[in-house]
Design a protein around this ligand. Structure first.
Ligand code: AR6
Ligand code: MG
Length: 316
């Protein structure tokens, strides 16, 4: 029988699960054409499993939380802008916005420069796991920090809600006692937007059923928008919460934004099951595995450090 993972193993599992879900989903995003494009830009060079913008931003966020002892949105915005790499496959809005921040513009204006009401893409949700890990013991600060971190690039209320939902789901997955019905009920209790609420309700109904792929993708969505992908990832995890490869296969079979749904679901899966539940052969091929593992350990140490509550005041 497997043993219960430690908190540190869950932190490591979450960030590695996110990166692996992203890397495995990447060559399937956008169907056959998307796969060809990913190969052409270099994402599947050799044996390595290369990750996309999802992991690039999640790792940047985790490193920033450790370095600053909490969320410092100005430094985080600069880190994300400096870490931008074209070939990772950023969303069009995110690419333009990060270029403006790199040129010195404040994120508070840049985040409405492409879409006047802000982005509602799933970019805030795809990278939210480190926030759920770092602030897991303080749900109110977690929600506030997730809102601020989301709005650096995703100022639209739907984009923000996606970031908050995935951060909260990751934190809830760390709980000792876990039950999917209670997990979805807790997510619903803290969810304000109808676009997310109706999908969470559907996911709750589906816990007792096994709807086919078509029903899931129609009912929950597989798009690049936050409300049409974040709950899909939460549901995918609820359906395949003990077998990582079954989870990835399900996400890939759903189609659409497979890397990002894989990243969100993988981060929650890893927080629940720990690193030992991830396939070792694939982890050995994962890009920058040591860097991810090391920041996850540091994140765990700082989340438990004395003064953590004080430093998290910066999230206000
Ligand atoms: N109005 C209309 N369309 C919008 C709006 C809006 N307010 N906001 C976003 N879109 P973006 P992301 C559409 O660019 O969320 C990558 O593959 C618009 O078509 O902010 O960071 C990532 O890995 C825009 O280009 O990017 C994710 O999988 C798109 O939504 C995915 O793309 C994405 O918003 C989204 O990344
Ligand atoms: Mg993506």
């Amino acid at each position: 029988m497997s043993t219960v993972p430690t908190l540190e193993e869950r932190f490591v599992g979450s960030l590695l699960g996110l990166a692996l879900g992203d890397a495995l989903g990447a060559k399937h995003e956008g169907g056959i054409l998307g796969g060809i494009l990913w190969v052409l830009v270099g994402g599947t060079r050799g044996e390595k499993l290369w990750w996309t913008d999802d992991t690039q931003m999640a790792v940047g966020l985790a490193e920033s939380l450790v370095e600053c002892g909490g969320l410092d949105p100005d430094r985080l915005a600069r880190r994300w802008a400096d870490g931008y790499e074209t070939w990772r496959g950023y969303g069009h809005g995110a690419r333009k916005l990060l270029a403006r921040v790199r040129q010195g513009e404040d994120w508070r204006s840049a985040n409405r420069s492409v879409f006047p009401d802000g982005s509602l893409g799933n970019g805030a949700a795809m990278r939210a796991a480190p926030l759920g890990l770092f602030y897991y013991a303080d749900p109110e600060t977690l929600a506030r920090a997730a809102e601020v971190a989301a709005s650096i690039t995703h100022a639209h209320p739907l984009g923000v809600e996606g970031g908050v939902l995935i951060a909260r789901a990751t934190a809830l997955a760390l709980a000792e006692d876990f039950e999917p019905g209670a997990f979805l009920a807790a997510l619903l209790a803290g969810c304000r937007r109808e676009e997310f609420r109706k999908r969470l309700e559907l996911a709750r109904v589906w816990l007792g059923e096994s709807p086919d792929l078509r029903a899931v993708s129609r009912g929950l969505g597989t798009a690049v928008t936050a409300h049409e992908s974040a709950v899909t990832a939460v549901y995918a995890f609820c359906r395949h919460r003990t077998d990582f490869m079954e989870l990835v296969k399900f996400v890939v079979a759903l189609g659409g934004d497979t890397d990002t749904i894989g990243a969100m679901a993988g981060g929650i899966f890893g927080a629940r099951n720990g690193v030992a539940a991830l396939p070792a052969d694939l982890l050995a091929r994962l890009e920058a595995r040591e860097r991810i593992e090391s920041v996850a350990r540091a994140l765990c140490a700082s989340s438990e450090a004395p003064g953590h509550g004080r430093s998290s005041e910066r999230a206000r």
